[in-house]
Design a protein around this ligand. Structure first.
Ligand SMILES: [Zn+2]
Length: 245
């Protein structure tokens, strides 16, 4: 309900919502005050997260979802200096990562949906080779028709010792990929989102990453419904590294 209200307000008063987002979130957070849960990104204590219909648990204060909080916990463990490129960065996560002393942190979003430093086309990244030690590519590849080309570019701009954190929605059944499905309405119907062009299985995505030269580690998580940080109950994160011969 919160999400639909937000989208209605966003359509009617885009600038108003943007200008007052922080205040609106503060008001909303009051309803969720408590100490049973904690958002690790904005460090707000909560009685609960906001449960969305799709199973996501939304932080009322910063708007983060479970997968973003898990990603933040993974990135918090990195202690070495890293040149980081983050595709389509969620606002609250970006704010935290910008404050990391050990990150030279750059952001990009082609569709201009997220505030970012650059608007790189992931199939033609305007950067020299081996530029980044850590690339975050979350919920991007399922939007890209030329996904193999995108993976080739990720490989090219990644340092030989670097790694890419990758996640997309995964089908438990078969790969869903039919480029004759091209209207927003049909994509919404088939893939559950109007701007998705496929739903990978984890196996297919891993195989495509291997095809361009990556080796892939799969991080798998299973959580209880009561987990403190509102992580997704089941989640896979792929970590791709260059397979050097
Ligand atoms: Zn939060």
């Amino acid at each position: 309900m919160y999400e639909s209200l937000k989208s209605v307000i966003k359509k009617l008063f885009p600038n108003l919502l943007y200008a007052h987002e922080d205040t609106l979130r503060k008001v909303l957070t009051w309803k969720y005050r408590g100490n049973l849960h904690k958002c690790n990104i904005c460090e707000t204590n909560l009685s609960s997260f906001i449960n969305r219909e799709n199973g996501d648990q939304l932080c009322p204060r910063c708007g983060s979802v479970g997968r973003t909080r898990r990603l933040f916990s993974l990135l918090s463990e990195v202690s070495e200096y890293k040149r980081v490129l983050h595709f389509s960065p969620p606002k609250a996560l970006k704010k935290r990562l910008q404050s990391f002393d050990n990150f030279d942190y750059k952001t990009t979003d082609y569709e201009n949906e997220f505030e970012a430093d650059y608007r790189y086309d992931i199939t033609n990244i305007m950067c020299p080779d081996n530029q980044f030690d850590l690339i975050i590519c979350y919920h991007v590849l399922e939007h890209i028709i030329k996904d193999i080309q995108a993976m080739t570019e990720l490989y090219r701009v990644l340092d030989d010792e670097g790694q890419v954190y990758i996640q997309t929605p995964f089908s438990n059944g078969e790969l869903m990929e039919d480029y004759s499905i091209s209207s927003r309405e049909d994509r919404l119907l088939h893939y559950g989102q109007a701007d998705h062009v496929r739903i990978y299985t984890a196996e297919v995505l891993i195989n495509r990453l291997r095809q361009v030269g990556f080796e892939v580690e799969i991080l798998e998580y299973v959580e209880s419904t009561e987990n403190n940080h509102g992580y997704k109950l089941q989640e896979q994160v792929l970590v791709a590294r260059k397979k050097l011969s």
